[in-house]
Design a protein around this ligand. Structure first.
Ligand code: AHM
Ligand code: MG
Length: 339
C-alpha cells in the first residue's frame, strides 16, 4: 500500500503554516491537478483516440495548432473556470484574457498557462507538458479582470508549476518555499511526493541549446558554447555533453534533476522578425524561472533577471538562459563583458 504524501496533503500542510489561509489556493491547485491528469490521459492514448496531428487553426503567434493544443486548452479551462478561485484565465492558445461564464463565481487569483508545451513532440511520442503560473489579482481591481491585471513581473507569482508527460507523469511546483516534485501513481490516481526539495547542482557539464541556430547567435552565446565544445583542451578544462528535447519543460526538468544550463537566447534571426526571443515570458519563462530559482538555480535574459521584467503583453517573448548557478553566472558575465 502507498503511504507517500499526496500533493493535496502536501498543500494542506503548507496552508496550515499560513494563518488566515482560506483554502482557496489549495482548491485552485486541486483543479489544476485534475486538469493535468485529464491532459495526461489524452496525451497517453495518442493515436488510439485520434488526438494526434494538426488542427485546422492558428494561435495568436501564427503557429498551427496541434489537436492536442486545443484539447489541452479546453480541458484546462473546463477544470478551472467553475471553482470560484480564479478571476480570469489566459493561455498561449488564446489571443485575449478568457472571461469566466457568467454563472461562475469570481475568485482572487489569475491563472496563466501553456496547455501543451513542446506540442510538436506529440507526433513523435516525445515528452510534452503543461506549464502554469498563478498571480493574485491586484488589490482594489473591480469588474472583469483585464490584461493589465495579468501584467505583473514574475517576482509576484504566488505559485508556478508544470506537469511533465514523460515515461511517468510528474508535477513540479513551487509556492516560494523550495521546489517539490510529485509523481502520478496511476494505481490510485494521485500525485505522490517523490522529489522533495529539488536542488540544481551549482556546476554542470551539460548544456541544452538548439545548435542549428549557431550562425545567428550573439557573440557572448557563441563564446560560451564554443568554450564548452572545446572541452578538456579549451579554457573550461572539462568535456561537456549536449541535450535538446525540443520541449522546454523536458529540458528544464532534466536540469532540475541533474544540473545543466538551458538556453533559448535572442539571435539575429529572431530580431529580423522583430521578436525579443522565442519563449513566452508570462507562461513559459516566468514560471520556469520561479521553479529554477527556488531550486537554487538562476534565470536570466543574459543581462537581466527574467522574473524582474515588467511584462507589456500577455504573449510577450524574452531570451531565456536558466539552470546551474555558476554556469548561468558565466553566461551573464560574457554578456556584460560584451556590452
Ligand atoms: P510551444 O509552446 O509552441 O510548444 O513552443 C515552445 C517550445 C519549447 O518548449 C522548446 O524549447 C522550443 O519551443 C523549441 O523551439 P525550436 O523548435 O526552435 O528548437
Ligand atoms: Mg510552450
Amino acid at each position: 500500500m502507498h503511504t507517500g504524501i499526496t500533493i493535496t496533503e502536501f498543500l494542506i500542510e503548507e496552508q496550515r503554516q499560513i494563518k488566515k489561509a482560506s483554502g482557496d489556493f489549495t482548491g485552485l491547485i486541486n483543479d489544476v491537478v485534475i486538469a493535468c491528469k485529464a491532459i495526461a490521459s489524452a496525451v497517453r492514448y495518442g493515436s488510439l483516440v485520434g488526438v494526434l496531428g494538426t488542427a485546422d487553426t492558428e494561435n495568436i503567434q501564427g503557429e498551427t495548432q496541434k489537436k492536442l493544443d486545443v484539447i489541452s486548452n479546453n480541458l484546462f479551462i473546463r477544470r478551472n473556470e467553475w471553482g470560484g478561485h480564479v478571476a480570469a484565465l489566459a493561455s498561449e492558445e488564446m489571443n485575449d484574457v478568457y472571461h469566466l461564464p457568467v454563472q461562475y463565481p469570481r475568485g482572487k487569483y489569475l491563472l496563466i498557462f501553456d496547455p501543451l508545451d513542446g506540442s510538436s513532440n506529440t507526433d513523435v511520442n516525445g515528452a510534452v507538458g503543461t506549464i502554469f503560473s498563478i498571480l493574485r489579482r491586484p488589490e482594489g481591481a473591480t469588474g472583469e479582470a483585464t490584461e493589465d491585471d495579468f501584467l505583473q513581473p514574475g517576482t509576484r507569482q504566488v505559485c508556478a508549476g508544470y506537469a511533465l508527460y514523460g515515461p511517468s507523469t510528474m508535477m513540479v511546483l513551487t509556492t516560494g518555499h523550495g521546489t517539490n516534485g510529485f509523481t502520478l501513481d496511476q494505481r490510485i490516481g494521485e500525485f505522490i511526493l517523490t522529489h522533495p526539495n529539488m536542488l540544481i547542482p551549482q556546476d554542470t557539464q551539460e548544456f541544452s541549446i538548439n545548435a542549428s541556430y549557431m550562425r545567428f547567435w550573439d557573440p557572448p552565446v557563441r563564446r560560451y558554447i564554443d568554450e564548452c565544445l572545446e572541452g578538456k583542451e579549451g579554457p573550461r578544462r572539462k568535456d561537456f555533453n549536449m541535450r535538446w528535447a525540443g520541449a522546454m519543460i523536458a529540458d528544464v526538468h532534466r536540469v532540475l534533476c541533474r544540473g545543466g544550463v538551458f538556453l533559448y537566447p535572442i539571435d539575429r534571426k529572431l530580431r529580423s522578425k522583430n521578436q525579443e526571443g522565442k519563449l513566452r515570458l508570462m507562461y513559459e519563462a516566468n514560471p520556469m524561472s520561479f521553479i529554477v530559482e527556488q531550486a537554487g538555480g538562476l534565470s536570466s535574459t543574459g543581462t537581466q533577471r527574467i522574473m524582474e521584467l515588467q511584462p507589456t503583453g500577455l504573449h510577450q517573448r524574452c531570451p531565456v538562459i536558466m539552470g546551474s548557478k555558476n554556469e548561468v553566472e558565466r553566461v551573464i558575465s560574457y554578456h556584460l563583458e560584451a556590452q
